[in-house]
Design a binder for this molecule. Sequence first.
Ligand SMILES: [Zn+2]
Length: 81
Amino acid sequence: MRRVDKQTKATLHIVAFSLAMVGALNWGLVGLLDFNLVEMLLGSWPGLVKVVYILVGASAVYVFAGHKDDCKICGEMMSKK
Ligand SMILES: [Zn+2]
């Protein structure tokens, strides 16, 4: 049972991290080239674009909230205090 939990957590982490990175890269593209990849790929389904943005935001919150436990550097920093 614990292994399953770990597996689920790992999968969630990968999905959330990837989504957050997609959002960050998309923002970078918008800033650099005025090119919105998400809009270009999914622009024909405006509802879906919105869902992706919301998922990216939720993923960022998830990654940020779990970062202290996932990241060696931050984990060490926090435990030193
Ligand atoms: Zn960190």
